[in-house]
Design a protein around this ligand. Structure first.
Ligand code: 5GP
Ligand code: ZN
Length: 142
């Protein structure tokens, strides 16, 4: 790798830290369920909310603790992420780890998973990470 190659990966997008007023680089999709939950147009039990990340209890929990962490901005899926999203993802995983500790499930361990696309089992096209815990998990998932 040359110095110029490294420079291409260097930009540090600070948008994840900057107060954005609720809309990031990709804005929102008025027809998206999770954009509408983020905007409080549809009710959900929120466990976390800051300028870039929202966490909600899943409406159909598959484990004693089942929470979805998502960016406020409308990113359709993990396949749309770029290097510039690093700070946003770091923040999201840090928020999820703090939540797991506060929920009392961290010591035993838990699972964080993102379904991607049709075969991956994704049903809502707004990037989200499932945090499942409070019971032992099998592997591999079905
Ligand atoms: P996916 O299938 O895309 O990986 O995950 C979508 C998740 O969103 C599912 O686990 C589903 O139960 C959850 N979900 C779907 N609609 C709602 C809703 O209106 N409110 C909440 N809190 N969760 C929802
Ligand atoms: Zn959305």
């Amino acid at each position: 790798m040359t110095d110029s190659d490294a420079a291409e990966v260097a930009p540090n997008d600070s948008s994840a830290q900057a107060p954005s007023g609720g809309e990031g680089r990709r804005g929102r999709d008025p027809d998206c369920l999770f954009c509408r939950i983020v905007a409080d147009e549809i009710a959900a039990t929120k466990v976390h909310e800051d300028e870039s990340i929202v966490g909600i209890r899943d409406i159909a929990p598959r484990a004693p603790t089942h929470v979805l962490f998502m960016p406020r901005e409308h990113i359709p899926s993990a396949t749309d992420l770029t290097v510039a999203d690093g700070p946003l993802l770091g923040r999201l995983f840090s928020v999820a780890a703090d939540f797991a500790r506060s929920e009392g499930i961290a010591d035993n361990g838990y699972r964080i998973v993102a379904n991607v696309g049709r075969w991956g089992g994704q049903t809502v096209e707004h990037l989200h990470f499932h945090l499942l815990g409070g019971r032992s998990m099998s592997w591999p998932p079905g």
